[in-house]
Design a protein around this ligand. Structure first.
Ligand SMILES: *Cc1c(COP(=O)(O)O)cnc(C)c1O
Length: 379
C-alpha cells in the first residue's frame, strides 16, 4: 500500500490525513454497498447493521458487538452498562480525547485522573494504584495512538481492588496486547468509527464490544430508547443507533482493515528509519507487549511549535494530540487540578507532534516530512 515508486513532486503538500486512497481503492464496492442499503430501505438498524456487528465481533475476537452512533455513545453506553451510581469514581488518564471523560460524567460518574507512563504515554499502573479511593468503582485505560495500554498490571490491580475495566479502544482497531486483541480485555470496550480512525465510516459511528451477553444486551437497549421490544421500555434509554448506510460502508472497509494496519506499520517503520539520527526527536516507543497499529505517529520534538511551523510552511500538515491535558481544560476547572499535578502528561503535551499518517501515504511523502524535520534541526 506504500507506493515507493510514486514520483510525486517533492514540493507537493503532504496532508495530515488523506482518505482518498482508501476510497479510490474501494469506490466500486462502496457504491455497491450504498445501492444495497438503498434497495433494502432499512436505514436505522436492520440486516446491514446486524451483519456488520457479527463481522466486527469476529474481527475483534469477542462475543458481541453492538453498533451505535459514535465512539462517544459507545463509551457512554458501556459506562452506563457498568451500573454507575452517584458518587462513584472512575479512574482514567488526562492524556486522551475529552470523550473518554465527558461520557463518564454523562453516565453519572466522577472522573479521577491518573498520569501516564513516559515511555508509552498510556496509563501508568502505579499512578492508577495511587488514584484509587474507597469510592472508585472502575478504570478506563485508553489504547492511545494505536497502542494498547499496559493491561496486565492494570487488570491485576483492578481485580485485586474489585474494579471493573472498560477499554477505550477508539484508536486501536486491530491493536494487540501480547496475544490479546484490544477490546477483549475489559468487561466492555468502546470503538469509534469516526472517518479518520483506523476503521472509519463515511460519517459518525461506533460500537461497544464484549463477551458478557447480559451487558451487551443492556447496551443494545440503551441505544434504542431502553426498549426490550418495540414500545416496551425497561429503562429510559437514548437514540444511539448505528445507521444502515454506515454499517454497509463499514462492512466494505472492515475487509481492508488488516491490510491498512500493516500499511500504517510499514509507514511507521519508514519514519523511524528516516528520523533515527535526529537527536532532537524522540520516536514513539513500541512496547515489547504491543502490536501497535499507528492510528497516529506521534513524535516528541524539541522546539515543537517551531518545527511544526516549519513543516506547515513547507506544505506539511501535522496535528497535536493533545495540546492541553484534560485536567487543565476549563471543562475540568472544578476539579481544581493545576499545572504540576500530572507532570508526565503535561511535559508530553508540550512536545508531542503527530506526523502525517494514513494507509496510502507514499514513501516520497514520508521522506519529505523527515527531511524537513532533519533540516530544521541540522541546518
Ligand atoms: C475518537 C475518540 C473517541 C470518540 O469517538 P467519536 O466516534 O468521535 O465519538 C473517544 N476516545 C478516543 C480516545 C478517541 O480517539
Amino acid at each position: 500500500m506504500i507506493d515507493s515508486s510514486a514520483s510525486k513532486d517533492s514540493a507537493e503538500a503532504v496532508p495530515f490525513l488523506d482518505l482518498a486512497p482508501q476510497h479510490q481503492e474501494l469506490a466500486a464496492d462502496l457504491a455497491g454497498a450504498f445501492a444495497r442499503a438503498l434497495a433494502l430501505g432499512t436505514f436505522v438498524g436492520g440486516p446491514e447493521v446486524t451483519a456488520f456487528e457479527e463481522e466486527f465481533a469476529a474481527f475483534v475476537g469477542t462475543g458481541w458487538a453492538v453498533g451505535v452512533n459514535s465512539g462517544t455513545d459507545a463509551l457512554r453506553f458501556a459506562y452506563l452498562a457498568m451500573d454507575i451510581r452517584p458518587g462513584d469514581e472512575v479512574v482514567t488518564v488526562p492524556n486522551t480525547f475529552i470523550a473518554t471523560t465527558a461520557a463518564l460524567t454523562q453516565a453519572g460518574a466522577s472522573v479521577r485522573f491518573a498520569d501516564v507512563n513516559d515511555d508509552v504515554l498510556t496509563m501508568d499502573p502505579r499512578a492508577l494504584e495511587a488514584a484509587i479511593t474507597p469510592r472508585t468503582v472502575g478504570v478506563v485505560p485508553v489504547h492511545l495512538f494505536g497502542q494498547a495500554a499496559d493491561m496486565d498490571p492494570i487488570l491485576s490491580i483492578a481485580r485485586r481492588r474489585g474494579l471493573w475495566v472498560v477499554e477505550d479502544a477508539a484508536q486501536a482497531h486491530g491493536a494487540r496486547y501480547k496475544d490479546r486483541p484490544a477490546g477483549t480485555m475489559g468487561a466492555l470496550a468502546a470503538f469509534s468509527f469516526y472517518p479518520g480512525k483506523n476503521l472509519g465510516a463515511c460519517g459518525e459511528a461506533g460500537a461497544v464490544v464484549g463477551s458478557d451477553r447480559a451487558r451487551c444486551e443492556t447496551v443494545r437497549r440503551l441505544r434504542e430508547h431502553g426498549q426490550s421490544r418495540k414500545y416496551v421500555h425497561e429503562v429510559e434509554g437514548y437514540n444511539g443507533r448505528l445507521d444502515a448506510i454506515q454499517a454497509a460502508f463499514l462492512r466494505v472497509k472492515l475487509k481492508r482493515l488488516e491490510q491498512w494496519n500493516e500499511a500504517r506499520r510499514k509507514a511507521a517503520g519508514m519514519y523511524r528509519e528516516a528520523l533515527k539520527d535526529v537527536s532532537e526527536v524522540r520516536l514513539p516507543t513500541e512496547a515489547a507487549y504491543a502490536r501497535h497499529v499507528y492510528h497516529l505517529f506521534v513524535i516528541r520534538a524539541e522546539r515543537r511549535d517551531e518545527v511544526q511551523a516549519r513543516l506547515g510552511a513547507s506544505g506539511i500538515t501535522t496535528g497535536l494530540h493533545y495540546p492541553v491535558p484534560l485536567h487543565l481544560q476549563n471543562a475540568y476547572r472544578h476539579l481544581d487540578l493545576g499545572r504540576g499535578t500530572f507532570p508526565v502528561t503535561e511535559q508530553a503535551a508540550d512536545s508531542m507532534l503527530s506526523l502525517p499518517m494514513f494507509p496510502g501515504i507514499t514513501a516520497t511523502q514520508i521522506y519529505r516530512v523527515a527531511s524537513v524535520i532533519s533540516k530544521f534541526y541540522n541546518g
